[in-house]
Ligand binder design. Structure first.
Ligand SMILES: Cc1ncc(COP(=O)(O)O)c(C=O)c1O
Length: 484
């Protein structure tokens, strides 16, 4: 029996797999008789057309950025230019395999190397890894690096606490706990920003670091970030940047310059890539020089003289592998294409438009909805149902009613520091006309909440499924195959 890929790989074909020597028809003869199936599996069969109709019907029930505005706060559901998809589908990227020798995938390694370099420049970090598969996974990687650093200085045993503001995304405390830290909450002040006095009272010799999102989850820039950085560093802690909101400042300000030591970037948010519904993401992690030895391995290196890219596994202080191979490569290709498409100046314009759009929508809603922090915001803002509550209309009702107007609802009931929060993040890819339409729909709902609150409370009316008990569905999922 010949091995499938034993042909010599040379010449102009060296980047292509040779054709398999063994055809699929011949395969059963090669499998020992005792391993061959004797009875049909009994799985249901469907004609192609029925399968296509089934999935087409399902896709019509779904809603994505390609259908309409999706102002889901903190998720940056921006439009992904189709050319980024096309780049990821190029056979030279889509058909390669991570087990190929680095010599046969030099182009892919070059792309990853250059993406790391671009992200390091955009965030003000010195080194980057693209291994983590999502923002939360990047947090895990970054906090493991923080822990490895404290171990290397002998301080780990006494530094067992991580500070997390009460406005943080739930993944922050979860990550700190997963890495083995106790979580100590830092309060926000009435302005929605970190309360400096509370921070000072929580800092001490037991603190390993502070995890901070900037702009934070109410869409406000932590203007005291330099002071926060000084306080944390003076106490011997490290500063972790949750980069989920980088879209608000990319090309304008850099976490590295604000004093952060380690950061993650949700490539699927700031640098496009369709996500949601559990779709693939990427959560690259950047670090300052002194943390570079702890990055996951292998690290992609470039030999400038020979113009060759290699994988360095000889990193004794590395936290090890955080994901198989080198990360979600397809997402990295899309992010790379997106950065090249815009250029650094274009990315700055992206951030500026994201901020402009959020402030415009906030202004348009502020006549009818309560805005708890009604100051210039960054890429997102929080509104509430406070004015509609007197008629018994809750935030959930308003969000459900918005679906009937053809828009995805905002993020609701997050951040937790705002009662009945509705967090809008329109992103830079919505036009003024679309923002006006969302505002008009929201204002109509505000009218309805006064004249016919029952209508709002009964929404949505246009979807196949109305309201589901999401908590129950998550806790007691009914997973079964229904045959006719
Ligand atoms: C502030 C913040 N941090 C972390 C995350 C986690 O990112 P991911 O969903 O990519 O794991 C999110 C996701 O929405 C977020 O908004």
């Amino acid at each position: 029996m010949k091995l499938l890929f034993e042909k010599e790989v040379k010449g102009s074909n060296r980047f292509r797999f040779p054709e398999p020597e063994v055809s699929a028809d011949a395969a059963p003869e090669m499998i020992p008789a005792e391993h061959l199936r004797t009875a049909d599996l009994g799985i249901p069969e469907l004609s192609e057309v029925e399968a296509v109709r089934h999935f087409t019907a399902l896709s019509k029930r779904a809603f994505g950025v390609d259908d309409g505005p999706y102002p889901l706060g903190s998720c940056t559901m921006k439009y992904t230019p189709k050319i980024c998809e096309a780049a990821a589908l190029l056979p030279g990227f889509a058909d390669i395999h991570p087990y190929q020798s680095p010599w046969t995938v030099q182009g892919a390694l070059k792309l990853l190397y250059e993406l790391q370099r671009d992200l390091a420049q955009l965030t003000g970090m010195d080194a980057f890894t693209l291994q983590p598969a999502a923002g939360a996974h990047g947090e895990l990687c970054g906090m493991m690096i923080v822990r490895a650093y404290h171990k290397s200085t002998g301080a780990d045993a006494q530094r067992n606490v991580v500070l997390v503001p009460d406005s943080a995304h739930g993944t922050n405390p979860a990550t700190a706990a997963a890495v083995g830290y106790q979580v100590r909450e830092v309060k926000s002040g009435p302005d929605g920003l970190v309360d400096l006095e509370d921070l000072k009272s929580k800092l001490g010799g037991d603190v390993a670091g502070l995890m901070l999102t900037n702009p934070n989850t109410v869409g406000l820039f932590e203007k005291n970030i330099e002071e926060i950085s000084r306080l944390v560093h003076e106490a011997g802690g490290l500063l972790y940047y949750d980069g989920a909101n980088l879209n608000a400042i990319v090309g304008v300000a850099r976490p590295g310059d604000m004093g952060f030591d380690v950061c993650h970037v949700n490539l699927h948010k700031t640098f496009a890539t369709p996500h949601g519904g559990g779709g693939p993401g990427a959560g690259g992690v950047g670090v300052k020089d002194f943390l570079a030895p702890f990055l996951p391995k292998p690290v992609i290196e470039w030999n400038e003289e020979e113009d060759v890219y290699t994988l360095n596994r000889d990193l004794p202080e590395s936290i090890g592998k955080i994901k198989t191979f080198y990360g979600n490569f397809g997402v990295c290709v899309k992010a790379y294409a997106y950065i090249r498409l815009n250029g650094f100046a274009g990315l700055r314009a992206v951030a500026q438009h994201a901020v402009l759009n959020a402030n415009y929508l906030k202004k348009r809603l502020s006549a009818r909805y309560e805005i708890p922090f009604d100051v210039i915001c960054k890429h997102e803002f929080v509104a509430t149902n406070a004015r509609q509550a007197k008629n018994g209309v809750r935030t959930l009702d308003i969000a459900k009613r918005l679906i009937d107007f053809g828009y995805h609802p905002p993020t609701i009931y997050f951040p937790l520091i705002v009662n009945e929060a509705m967090m809008f993040e329109p992103t830079e890819t919505e036009s003024k006309e679309r923002l006006d339409e969302i505002a008009a729909a929201m204002n109509t709902i505000a009218d309805e909440a006064e004249t016919d609150p029952g209508k709002v409370k009964g929404a949505p009316y246009t979807t196949v499924i109305g309201r589901v008990d999401e908590t129950r569905a998550a806790r007691h999922p009914v997973l079964k195959y229904v045959s006719e």
